[in-house]
Design a protein around this ligand. Structure first.
Ligand code: DAK
Length: 262
């Protein structure tokens, strides 16, 4: 597939690759427009359907993961334009529907829709120059792609309100301290770190990876006892997989497991 606003490649052993998707509108700080989101949706869907891909890394440029939705493109929209056309929503939902692990490797600005996009990934690894924010309030709007919901779940109400109401940015150190990102590394080590995590993930069995992702996501959707029950059922179900037999037998026999993803 050919793309204009993203670049895709795969890396790793043939049988189990990491797909790397790079947002590529550097002059506009990767501002997210319809075409970019369409291309991103298509690429993610294709990698999700590709059995040789075990994990996806989403990244941007050194200066910007993404500085938000394209303000120039939005500036003249009316209520009827955004409501009737369900303004860019269809593409934003795509990333949430991907069942394989998706890591955001963030350097530079992750603002507005850029921060929301990173939060839709399963976890965020940040470079030490990363800056997160939901500055929509400065434009007379509010976050529109889940920022008011995912940010408080990630960092708590106080920090989320602070960011949504003042529009201030959070640096990488603060983002790690409050749990928005899982790791912070020097900028020149960002892709090594993200690839290391992605290759580790690729070495595990796909059914258990997907079950772990579903179960953790469930923690954000409902109550504790329902979540624990959901986890228990998935846990039990994994005993029906070849990978569980392989993983445990390999441990007992002190050898490396060879997962078949079945
Ligand atoms: N849109 C369009 N262009 C942008 C942009 C953006 N969000 N951010 C930066 N650019 C462009 C700048 O206009 C500039 O273009 P030229 O002037 O060179 O042509 C170029 O990128 C470089 O930017 P700066 O010259 O401003 O660079 P600085 O280093 O001085 O400043 C900055 C960097 C990131 C602090 C600054 O550019 C900035 O404040 N940018 C705007 C950040 C922002 O407000 N983001 C939130 C946008 S609202 C939804 C889904 C998502 C959304 C809504 C709905 N649905 C699913 C319904 C999301 C909304 C948003 O994200």
């Amino acid at each position: 597939m050919t793309y204009e606003m993203i670049v895709t490649r795969t890396e790793g052993p043939d049988s189990r690759q990491v797909a790397i998707v790079t947002l590529n509108r550097p002059k506009q700080l990767n501002a997210l427009n319809d075409q970019l989101m369409d291309e991103l949706g298509r690429a993610l869907k294709a990698f999700a359907a590709d059995d040789s891909v075990g994990c996806i890394v989403l990244t941007g440029s050194e200066k910007a993961f993404a500085a938000g939705a394209d303000i120039g493109a939005m500036a003249n929209y009316s209520f009827a334009d955004v409501y009737n056309n369900d303004f860019i929503t269809r593409n934003w939902e795509q990333i949430r529907s991907i069942r394989k692990p998706v890591i955001a490797a963030v350097s530079g600005f992750a603002l507005g829709g850029g921060c929301e996009l990173a939060m839709m990934c399963d976890f965020i690894i940040a470079a030490d120059n990363a800056k997160f924010g939901q500055p929509e309030i400065k434009l007379g709007i509010i976050p529109g792609a889940g920022g008011t919901q995912r940010l408080p779940r990630a960092v708590g109400k106080a920090k989320a309100m602070d960011m949504a109401l003042t529009g201030r940015m959070m640096d990488a150190a603060e983002a790690e301290r409050v749990g928005l990102v899982s790791r912070v590394v020097p900028l020149d080590k960002l892709m090594d770190e993200a690839m290391g995590a992605a290759l580790t993930i690729c070495s595990y069995g796909q059914p258990s990876l997907m079950a772990a992702k579903e179960a953790v996501n469930r923690a954000f959707e409902g109550g504790l006892s329902d979540g624990v029950m959901f986890e228990r059922r998935l846990f039990h179900a994994l005993f029906a997989t070849q990978d569980q037999k392989e993983g445990m037998e390999a441990f007992v026999n002190k050898r490396k497991p060879a997962f078949k993803h079945r």
